[in-house]
Design a protein around this ligand. Sequence first.
Ligand code: PAF
Length: 288
Amino acid sequence: METVNQIHQLRQLLKDKKAENPGLTVGFVPTMGFLHRGHASLMEAARRECDLVVLSIFVNPLQFGPNEDFERYPRDEQRDLEIAGKAGVDLVFFPQVEEMYPSPTKTIVSVSGVSEGLCGASRPGHFDGVSTVVTKLFNIVQPDRAYFGLKDAQQVAVIEQMVHDLNMPVTIVPCPIVREADGLALSSRNVYLNEEERRQALVLSAALNAAERFIEERGREATAAELTRVIRQEIGKSALADIDYAEVLTYPALEPFATLEAGQRIITALAVRFGRTRLIDNRILNIR
Ligand code: PAF
C-alpha cells in the first residue's frame, strides 16, 4: 500500500498505473478517517469490484459549521493505515488542508433540493462543503466507481444528484449501514459518547425498527404522520435524547408525503443529540 500527501504525486502514480494497464478500473473510497468496520466494508466492496482501490483520508473543514467539531474530530493516522491495509487498499491519499485548499475556494458546488432538508437544514452549508470536496476528489482521483455508506443516506442522494446533473463519469455505489451487535450504527463520532449516552443511543435503531414494524402491521394504511409519531415516541424513552429531526420522506428525492404507495421507496431519518454528540441514523424501506 502506498501513501501520498500531494495531489501531483497521486496523479502521477495513477497515470503510471494506467499506462501499465490501460483497462484498469479505479475504485475510490472518500473518508474523513478514524476508520471503522463501516469504512472497511466500503473498501472491501471496492476491492472486490475494482482493479485498484484508492482511499482518501481528509477531514474537510468546508463541511463543518463554525460551532461544530472540526477541531476535535477524532483522528488516528496509524490505526487508519492498518485498517486500510487489511481491507486491501492500494493507495491512500492523505492531504493536509493546505494541499486541498491552498487559498480560500471561490468555487462552491451546491446541489439544491435534496441538500436542503434534514442535515442540510440543521447544518447550513454542510452539503455545499461535501459536494465541493467530493468534486475536487473526483477530479483528482478520476475513479470509475466511488463507494459511500448509506448511514449518510442524504449525502448519497446529494452526490448522486450532483453526478447526474454534472455528467461526472463515475458510478456511485451506495453500501449498507454497518451496525454494532446491539443495533447502534457505526460512526466515528460514537467515541464521543459516555457509557450512559451510548446505552441510551440504542433508541435510534429501536425507533427505526418500531417504524418498520408499524408498516409491516398496518401495510399501506400507515401514514407518514403516524410513522413520525411512532418514531418520536420510541426516542422519547431516552431521557438524554434531544431530537434534531425525525422525519419520514420519499427516497432519494427526500420529499414529504402523506400516505404510502406501492412501489414507493421511503426513508425514516433521524438526527438526535446525546449531550454534545449528534448522531444520525436512517432506514430505507421499499413499500409493497
Ligand atoms: O462521509 C464522509 O466521510 C465525508 O462527508 C466525505 C464524503 C469523505 C466528504 O468529506
